[in-house]
Design a protein around this ligand. Structure first.
Ligand SMILES: *Cc1c(COP(=O)(O)O)cnc(C)c1O
Length: 277
């Protein structure tokens, strides 16, 4: 079941979540879009009230903060990705953090063929209660991850600095809606998604013009319910999630990466302003 987003942070709207809960609901899976934390307090309150797990997709939010604490300290499970496009990488792979022993044990089994060891029956003994997977990350990947981890704070600082500069340099640009940061939240700025107020046709023009200038703009993302699989399987159609659809028609992610120089950023800003004009 999907729920629509809110216009300001572009994150899932807690009020929409409540409308979608049924007897069969087991967990809430909110995404910290672009690195901006979801409303973790409200989501936790809803989860407690209905007896649900919160599995937070924080693939964009490694290093983000909510009310003074790092993302990863709030939900029953928080998932991070170390895919090459993310804040730090292990080539492929990721991490789930939890402070619940029972979930930790279950995740370990799930990762490693569903195997349970029982030393009381012999040092060699193991059994399989439920099949699991081979989802272990390799030591080689972890070595890369550990060296990346040392650079994470620097990466996030620079991302935040670049986001602040975009905010200043683009402020007041006609037809441009800038991303916001809610009070008490600090985004790791995995993405810098602006919106072109003119809608899909205008966005397409701006997108193509910036690509022609060699600027790596992107669109994140087409809403899931518009993908053929979800349409066919669940009968979703256009109009079901108006806020997500409106965002998608306007969305344009402009470049932001730790190695970006101020001059490169100014080049992007000038090109974007010129294109819009
Ligand atoms: C990258 C990403 C994932 C998937 O992570 P993998 O490590 O590729 O499995 C999930 N959710 C979001 C929001 C992501 O950006």
């Amino acid at each position: 079941m999907f729920a629509d987003i809110q216009e300001d942070t572009l994150n899932i709207n807690p009020e929409e979540i409540v409308k979608k809960i049924t007897k069969r609901t087991k967990a809430l899976v909110p995404v910290d879009f672009a690195g901006h934390p979801v409303e973790l307090d409200k989501i936790r309150t809803i989860a407690r009230k209905y007896g649900l797990l919160v599995i937070e997709d924080a693939a964009h939010a490694l290093g983000s903060e909510y009310k003074g604490k790092k993302v990863g300290s709030f939900s029953d499970m928080t998932m991070f990705s170390f895919h090459p496009v993310k804040a730090i990488t292990t080539g492929e792979g990721g991490m789930i953090v939890t402070d619940r022993k029972d979930l930790y044990e279950r995740l370990k089994k799930f990762r490693h063929h569903g195997i349970i060891r029982k030393p009381e029956k012999g040092a060699w003994y193991y059994e399989i209660e439920k099949p699991g997977y081979n989802y272990r990350i390799t030591d080689l990947q972890c070595a890369l991850g550990l060296s990346q981890l040392k650079r994470l704070d620097r990466f996030i600082r620079r991302r935040r600095e670049l986001a602040r500069r975009y905010g200043q340099l683009l402020k007041g640009t006609k037809e441009l809606i800038l991303p916001t940061e809610a009070k008490g939240s600090q985004s790791a700025w995995h993405l810098y998604p602006v919106q072109i107020a003119g809608g899909a046709a205008k966005r397409r023009k701006v997108f193509d013009a910036l690509r022609r200038r060699g600027i790596g703009v992107q669109v994140h993302y087409m809403p899931l319910h518009l993908h053929p699989f979800y349409k066919k399987k669940f009968g979703y159609r256009e109009g079901d999630f108006p806020k997500a659809e409106q965002y998608y028609e306007r969305a344009l992610t402009i470049p932001l990466f730790p190695k970006m120089t101020n001059r490169e950023q100014e080049y992007v800003v000038d090109a974007l302003k010129a294109t819009l004009a």
